[in-house]
Design a protein around this ligand. Sequence first.
Ligand code: SAJ
Length: 419
Amino acid sequence: MKSICVIGIGYVGLPTAAMFASKGHRVVGFDLNKKAVDALNRGEIIIEEPGLADLVKEVVANGSLTASTECPDNCDVYIIAVPTPINEDKTADMRYVESATRSIVPHVRKGCIVILESTSPPRTVTDLMLPILKETGLEIGEELLVAHSPERILPGRVLEELRTNSRIVGGINEKSAKAVKEIYESIVEGEIFITTSTTAEMCKLMENTFRDVNIALANELAKMAEELGVNAWEVIKLANQHPRVNILSPGPGVGGHCIALDPWFLVEKSKQAKLIHQARLNNDGMPEFVKNKTDSIIGGLNGKTVAVYGATYKPNIDDVRESPIMHLIDMLEADGAKVRLCEPHAADKLGNCFDIYEAANGADIAVLGVNHDEFKDVDFNKLTDGMKAKNILDTRNFWDEDKVTAAGAKYYLLGRGTE
Ligand code: SAJ
């Protein structure tokens, strides 16, 4: 049993803290956000993630997880899981990692372990953290062990992936890597691979970059298909029959706090990252492409009403960070359209949301932005009933064209050109 401090009790830190607590460790979640700390001490959570509320309730009730707005003394392990957002100029904002590292300096003692989980630009542990940790006076790598073990959990499946995914542990030396591997062995059933801290940083960034570049390729296909009179979705289905081809799905853009940001950390650090840079620009351009498509379907946006279905960055979660649909809404409004949003997962956060059928009232077009389960079996007769013009734009290939047309509406699909 270890005493563990998790710094940052957000999307990554909270489930990690709860998992360690459920395996018999004594865990303190340290966060400057008093609202999150107070909620956690009451056994409540302020994010949506399957299974997390029950787990947190249980470990808070049995006393193994507590939260504090002050960094605790005398922990064996300090895990940093704070956000690494991006600045306006697309460079990494490392202030939280830096201040989290500084905050533990007065509290660590001989034998302590410091782990960075936050996704960070290459060389963060070596160039940013180690100089700060040296201020402890402890011998780094001997008396104070340090590693980067990037989180790789998929929002919406966090608890399962935390347990079953393999894990990379990049130590500043072998002693650090081995000690940190042992810590994660108590919660991870997947394999744990040992490497250096900078390699671990690069691995995490390249995983998300791999996905970003491949989504950019799918989005480029969608745009070409519209120009050349082909259905991109059919091309993908058929091309993916090839045993070594797996084209991903086009969509209104890439959102979330990971894939939409992480590739920039490589662009910032290396002039070689040209394809990676272009992929980011392609994906960031998708909301505008969808806005223009909406505009051309209804013949101009000014004074029109657009019903938007879904605003989170992907289905069945409540996270709107970097959501392409939020950008789309801003652009529609900037061009003079009135937006009526239906977002069952984040209505509290966003305000001004309508239910599925109310949202389309008086609309000139309904745009499906996120393929939430709630939207699967909509009754298109009911949805299009009060619409001013019965136009449906599906950006996810999610709605059934036959059902839409049976309701007397016109169905448009992102990535489908007319031959
Ligand atoms: N998307 C597409 N087309 C696709 C797949 C995704 O447009 O074919 C879009 C989604 O709509 C969404 C975005 O990409 O807006 C990202 O969604 P995602 O489900 O691919 O990934 P995230 O951002 O939720 O989580 C990723 C995961 N990384 C990988 O799969 C390589 C997760 O394992 C990481 O832990 C997470 O980033 C992270 O925290 O870094």
